[in-house]
Design a protein around this ligand. Structure first.
Ligand code: HEM
Length: 458
């Protein structure tokens, strides 16, 4: 990767290694300049399969202008993500991708500083605030899903708009309206910038738009903080404004701004992507749609709403969500940078190496997931989960950086499914969702055209 700008701003980062230090690791640097970037983007899983067949489960690769070592399988995931020895930096792994627009978010921190900030932020994920978000999600989802009946629509767009609106209320405590729309647009611009191939904010580029959007949001959050500290808001932002560190001090204003900015990004497209793959899979597997509907109806709610206390009863709904995350993980690979030399699979890998673990590939390894391409939510039943490697399923990562929002995401999906399936039968248009763009976060190229047929008419 082109690290010069990130290194200049981060003097504590290790300097870039000369490419020759990885010459003993088997692999391919691909074409001049572009390396294997296009081959990876075109068919990430297929490319990985070919590299494994040729070089084995540890290989050297060149994408986006830099060399990295890919480590595959649950043992690699455990080594890098659990990181018992504190060998791997998340900041220096994600930084080149995220630092310009989302600096100092939780994933862009390491070790002690990360631990302390994560602990302070965890207050917003405790049962009381979660109960509050559940009520907000039920109300917000009911208001929109009720209008989705009986017309063809691209699901991806609908769920993206719904998730943004839900974020305005649950995350920011801002009622829907012009201010929420402006904030939402700024987030969309930031996310777009973070994945833009042009990494310098030149005029006319999406990176420039993203940097401007960040300035707008930094200003908005900074102005709001004093009012939120005084108030009793239950949204994430207000909780962060009142959060304290281990010495009892409030988090600094700029830390709150950075964490909010990052959190919105981390939550948004991941939920959108996984809701879309789940709806697609349920559209293709009507028997599972029926099973989930029966489970949801057994709660006895007459408006599709699920109170917080009943969410755990949606057991098979959770299995289906886990299976959708296995088949189409929203974060298909996770980068780190080695801070010290380490060994894996018989190779010596030097400090400074960019390493990647590959969630999507691990999730399709037949030795851990028999008949891996089959949609089979019962894989997640307690009986069938027994004996499985704990790092064979890693859509939320693992170890110190494991997704802090995983229970929030599961809750939002359970509530969404309850409202959808208690009202409608999901019908996909023929061929819907055949092709997906995998990077940076998976989405169907056709937007997943779908029709929600009211159950009363079914
Ligand atoms: C299906 C939805 C989601 C998926 C698949 C997902 C996936 C992930 C993954 C893989 C990581 C770890 C990355 C790494 O180790 O480098 C992560 C971290 C994170 N996620 Fe999520 N996420 C989801 C939803 C959410 C939501 C809803 C929130 C917030 C409410 C959230 C907030 C975060 C934050 C703040 C981190 C950084 C944690 C840390 O570094 O300590 N995510 N997520």
């Amino acid at each position: 990767m082109a690290y010069a700008h990130t290194l200049a701003g981060n003097p504590h980062w290790l300097p870039a290694n000369p490419p020759s230090v990885l010459n003993d690791i088997p692999g391919s640097r691909g074409l001049p300049f572009v390396g294997n970037t296009f081959a990876v983007l075109k068919d990430p899983l297929g490319f990985t399969g070919k590299m494994v067949a040729k070089y084995g489960p540890v290989y050297r690769n060149r994408t986006f202008g830099g060399d990295s070592v890919v480590l595959l399988g649950p043992e690699a995931n455990e080594l890098v993500l659990f990181d018992k020895e504190k060998n791997f930096s998340s900041e220096q792994g994600w930084g080149p991708i995220l630092n310009l627009v989302f600096p100092r978010g939780l994933m862009l921190m390491d070790f002690e500083k990360h631990r302390a900030d994560r602990k302070a932020l965890s207050v917003a994920f405790k049962p009381e605030p979660m109960r509050h978000y559940a009520a907000e999600l039920n109300a917000g989802i009911a208001a929109q899903v009720g209008n989705w009946g009986d017309r063809p629509q691209p699901f991806y767009r609908a769920i993206k708009a719904l998730s943004l609106d839900l974020a305005a209320t649950s995350f920011l405590g801002v009622p829907l309206g012009p201010e929420a729309s402006k904030i939402n647009q700024a987030f969309v611009d930031e996310v777009q910038a973070s994945v833009s191939p042009v990494r310098t904010p030149l005029p006319g580029t999406s990176m420039r738009k993203g940097v401007k959007a960040r300035e707008y949001l930094v200003d908005y959050f900074t102005r709001e903080i004093p009012r939120r500290r005084e108030g009793e808001g239950q949204d994430f932002f207000s909780q962060f404004c009142r959060a304290t560190d281990e010495s009892g001090a409030l988090l600094a204003d700029d830390a709150i701004v950075d964490h909010m900015n990052f959190l919105m990004m981390a939550a948004h497209d991941t939920i959108t992507s996984s809701a879309t793959s789940l709806v697609m899979l349920l559209g293709r597997h009507v028997e599972w749609q029926d099973r989930l509907r029966t489970e949801i109806q057994s709660l006895g709610s007459n408006d599709g709403g699920v109170p917080y206390e009943q969410l755990d009863r949606l057991v098979e709904t959770e299995w289906a969500f886990k299976e959708a995350l296995r088949l189409m993980p929203p974060v298909p690979s996770i980068p780190r940078r080695a801070l010290r030399d380490f060994s894996f699979g018989g190779y010596h890998i030097p400090a400074g190496t960019h390493v990647g673990v590959n969630t999507a590939y691990t999730h399709m390894m037949p030795e851990h997931w028999p008949d891996p391409a089959r949609f089979d939510p019962e894989r997640f039943s307690p009986e069938r989960s027994k004996g499985r490697h704990r790092f064979a399923w890693v859509p939320f990562g693992g170890g110190a950086h494991m997704c802090i929002g995983l229970h929030f995401a599961t809750m939002q999906i359970r509530i969404l499914m309850a409202h959808l399936l208690s009202r409608y039968r999901i019908e996909l248009e023929p061929g819907a969702g055949t092709d997906w763009q995998i990077f940076p976060i998976p989405q169907p190229k056709d937007g997943l055209p779908v029709r929600f047929v009211p159950l009363s008419a079914a």
